[in-house]
Design a protein around this ligand. Structure first.
Ligand code: ARG
Length: 424
């Protein structure tokens, strides 16, 4: 059983490959079952050469030498492994932090931010390795296919795309049978399907199995990063995150590069059970889907960043920016990383963030993260003005308040009077 004959599939979109055009394929290869089956299946079904690309975005516990070796054994003519952690942090997570980027109820977009970079690198390596087609392992039900194919179609109109998992009509059992027949090692027991995992240094998602049953509470084996809050230390820990121009630069006074800092923040969050998000998502392809997210680094950094940003912003900036943040997050979630509006918004985010310098203290305790201290040379805050004890008369005259209140409430008072008249 090798699934549907790819030659029977007629392209719907202009960028989908016609099988006769497919000679050399760049496969985005994770080393898992789907992409390993794809590696063989593409060689067989298209009579094409396969070049693999594996991208390191900081997914914990991955052995890239093992993946490369597996790709070679399955017949890849070239295998590339790229450590893109610095680029991911500098070009994708940096603007995301400045935009406080989340979608829905607390999803910090780690997958949505990773996909355009993975696809951008696929384009780069496809061109270098003279491939005509890019293949990925996304299904037809998710956002990831949108993010990857939109990127390829935008950056490289000359390249075609194939998505075998979307077209080959193999169920999991058939994939396992195909793997067995073709000498592809299948990890672990085959009775229980694994969770569908995606992760990088900004977080990790799990989908599938019991997660699809909305009435079921999370089972512990899904949490591979974050300590169960009930098992977290009984002692709270206060952690100070320092920022310069909107970016985290230190933890407890120790300066760190962004990749190291995010890894350190992740470790602290994990230890204290911080960053578990049980999320129902409105996907751009219409479905509602539940994900379990573990986002310990984002839980610390975004909480601290948002707090510091509000401290240095005026009331008007603070009311306006969340609307822009939301738009930014939605564009990225929806696979439109290359949309010019995103860059326009980045310019605004950077302008605001130029003043976001200072330090935020977070208290981590059994699954919660709470801001406990704040300091910034740019805080729009004057302790003597805000104080109960001091008068601060030069900038703030309390005797001016009644005049303000009279004018501030004028329209509301007039409208109220009209209603009373009409209601009799
Ligand atoms: N639901 C999230 C999103 O659409 C995460 C997807 C994770 N991808 C995966 N292949 N498991 O961005």
């Amino acid at each position: 059983m090798t699934g549907a004959d790819p030659t029977r599939q007629r392209p719907t979109a202009s960028y989908e490959a016609d099988p006769s055009q497919v000679d050399r394929v760049l496969l985005l290869y994770s080393g898992g079952l789907d992409t390993s089956v794809m590696l063989k299946w593409i060689q067989d079904s298209y009579d094409a050469e396969v070049v693999t690309l594996t991208v390191n975005l900081g997914q914990p516990g991955e052995d890239y030498a093992v993946i490369e070796d597996k790709a070679k054994r399955l017949g890849a003519v070239e295998c590339h492994v790229v450590d893109a952690r610095e680029q991911f942090a500098a070009e994708f997570l940096t603007p995301a932090i400045k935009a406080n980027a989340v979608y829905g109820n607390g999803y910090p977009l780690f997958t949505a931010l990773g996909r355009p970079l993975i696809a951008q690198l696929a384009v780069e390596y496809a061109r270098k390795s003279h491939c005509d087609t890019i293949a990925h392992g996304c299904t037809g039900k998710g956002n990831d296919q949108v993010r990857i194919e939109a990127t390829v179609a935008t950056l490289a109109p000359e390249l075609k795309t194939i998505a075998p998992v979307r077209s080959w009509a193999m169920g999991r059992d058939e994939e396992i049978a195909y793997a067995r027949d073709h000498g592809i090692p299948v990890k672990g027991g085959t009775e229980v399907a694994p969770y569908s995992i995606d992760d990088n240094l900004w977080g990790r998602s799990s989908e599938g199995r019991w997660i699809e049953d909305l009435e079921r509470a999370p089972e512990d084996d899904v949490f591979q990063l974050v300590t169960r809050p009930e098992d977290a230390p009984d002692e709270a820990q206060v952690v100070k995150i320092g920022f310069e121009a909107g970016l985290p630069v230190s933890i407890d006074g120790e300066r760190l590069g962004l990749v190291d800092l995010l890894e350190r923040a992740g470790e602290l969050g994990m230890r204290h059970g911080v960053g578990i998000v049980d999320h129902i998502e409105d996907r751009i392809v219409g479905l509602k889907v539940r994900d379990i997210y573990e986002v310990p680094a984002a839980a610390l950094i975004l909480t601290a960043h948002e707090e510091l940003e509000r401290l240095v912003g005026t009331i008007h900036q603070n009311q306006f920016k969340p609307q822009m943040d939301q738009k930014w997050g939605y564009l990225v979630y929806a696979g439109l990383w290359w949309e010019p509006l995103r860059e326009d918004l980045d310019a605004y985010m950077s302008a605001v963030n130029a003043r976001v310098t200072g330090e935020i203290g977070l208290r981590l305790y059994k699954g919660s993260v709470r801001v406990v201290t704040r300091s910034s040379p740019n805080a729009v805050y004057d302790a003597s003005l805000a104080s109960f004890a001091e008068s601060g008369e030069e900038l703030f005259s309390q005797t001016a308040s009644p005049g303000f209140i009279e004018l501030w409430s004028l329209q509301s008072r007039l409208a109220h009077r009209l209603r009373e008249r009409d209601e009799g």
